[in-house]
Design a protein around this ligand. Structure first.
Ligand SMILES: [Zn+2]
Length: 196
């Protein structure tokens, strides 16, 4: 599997142009090929801080337990089986917390920019966590809110305008006001349940 390198300039350019919010978290018109049930996620063993690993596992457990078709278990094999890959690095400067980008198996991306909506179905996603920003978070659950949010994008969820929703874009509202770090019943779960 050929991997694309996400350049820093791309990430900066896309930092303020993430998905626009809808009344509730909606679905992109495209999907993960093969669906979101019975799949596997992988974590970069060389991530900048292993403290991210239990948070990534917890975020996946939250989605697994959310009453959706989402069902992913951890694999140590990046190649060929993992459909969600998690990276935690220092993507200086600290303008964004997390970014999800989706790809075909030949390494070509299905988005024209960071945060743009996919234009085709995808084979796998890379979820990049920016330690340069996240290490200043006030709690691990705040960081988990970012991880769970990005995981929602990886299963084709768009942003929500429901302020307590995990897919609400502003963490200073969804987490700092509502304490949301897991999928909420009112929007995310309903829509995720529609993903085949
Ligand atoms: Zn988002």
């Amino acid at each position: 599997m050929i991997k694309l390198v996400i350049t820093t300039c791309l990430l900066i350019a896309g930092a303020t142009a993430l998905h626009s919010a809808t009344a509730q978290a909606g679905l992109e018109p495209y999907r993960l090929n093969g669906g979101i049930n019975g799949r596997q996620f992988w974590m970069d063993p060389n991530m900048i801080n292993v403290a991210y690993m239990p948070l990534i596992r917890a975020a996946n457990s939250d989605w697994n337990n959310a009453g959706t078709r989402y069902s992913m278990t951890e694999t140590s094999f990046q190649c060929c089986t993992a459909v969600n890959e998690y990276y935690a690095k220092n993507y200086s400067p600290a303008t964004w917390r997390g970014v999800t980008m989706s790809y075909l198996n030949d390494g070509s991306g299905v988005q024209t920019c960071v945060g743009c909506a996919p234009f085709a179905n995808w084979d796998y996603s890379q979820i990049s966590l920016n330690d340069e920003r996240l290490r200043f978070d006030s709690s691990v659950l705040r960081t988990q809110s970012t991880i769970g949010h990005e995981t929602g994008h990886s299963i084709a969820l768009t942003h929500s305008s429901v302020t307590s929703a995990l897919l609400y874009p502003d963490i200073s509202v969804r987490y700092d006001v509502y304490g949301t770090y897991f999928p909420r019943q009112n929007d995310d779960i309903f829509f995720a349940s529609q993903v085949q």
